[in-house]
Design a protein around this ligand. Structure first.
Ligand code: URA
Ligand code: SF4
Length: 192
């Protein structure tokens, strides 16, 4: 594909998602939260789904979890959100922040898969159970799966905790998340 065609296919994908009504989450949303950052980034973060603030802003991880994510990506990897890409498993907010349902995850999955194809990142960091289980096609929880690197497409996947969990759990979980981000940095060839 020529660069122009690639850019336009990304815009088509984005526009399609922004008007999507493929699942019931369309009903309660304010904004479809497609993603943010550099669509050519080496590093992709995948969260679960928009919360209240993200639904209002139309941008992922703008609330308290996002502040922690921004801080950790800068401190451990040296990148800002503009230099990576951030997306979610579901693009519309589940009501009352409930877990996304399996049918909603499946309905939304093609958007994420196409985003990953287009971005073609070296490293995907999966934040929490929903992103990790979906992308690795594994049933175990994040506690079992984190702490290792998994082959993913032509690159690598690093599972870590969701920042909302780290905000609640603190201490050891925070140290483990930092260690996971250092793993991601090494895989990107960004030093020790
Ligand atoms: N939690 C998520 O999983 N994604 C967001 O965008 C915000 C909070
Ligand atoms: Fe479409 Fe995904 Fe929103 Fe469901 S969550 S309406 S599949 S964009």
């Amino acid at each position: 594909m020529t660069p122009g065609a690639a850019a336009s296919s990304w815009e088509v994908l984005r526009a399609t998602a922004l008007s999507c009504t493929k699942c019931p989450l369309a009903e309660g949303r304010t904004n479809v939260v497609f993603g943010v950052g550099d669509p050519h980034a080496d590093l992709l973060f995948v969260g679960e789904g928009p919360g209240h603030q993200e639904d209002l802003a139309g941008e992922p991880f703008v609330g308290r979890s996002g502040k922690l994510l921004d801080r950790l990506m800068l401190e451990e990897i040296g990148l800002t959100r503009a230099q990576c890409y951030i997306a979610n498993v579901v693009k519309c907010r589940p009501p009352q922040n409930r877990d996304p349902a399996p049918a909603e995850i499946e309905a939304c999955r093609p958007y994420l898969e196409e985003q990953i194809t287009h971005i073609n990142p070296t490293v995907v960091v999966a934040l929490g159970n929903f992103a990790t289980r979906l992308l690795l096609d594994r049933a175990e929880g994040i506690r079992q799966l984190r702490g290792a690197v998994y082959p993913y497409r032509s690159g690598h996947l690093v599972p870590t905790y969701h920042p909302a969990y780290v905000l609640r759990a603190g201490g050891e979980a925070l140290a483990e998340m930092r260690a996971d981000l250092i793993r991601a940095k090494r895989l990107m060839g960004r030093g020790t």
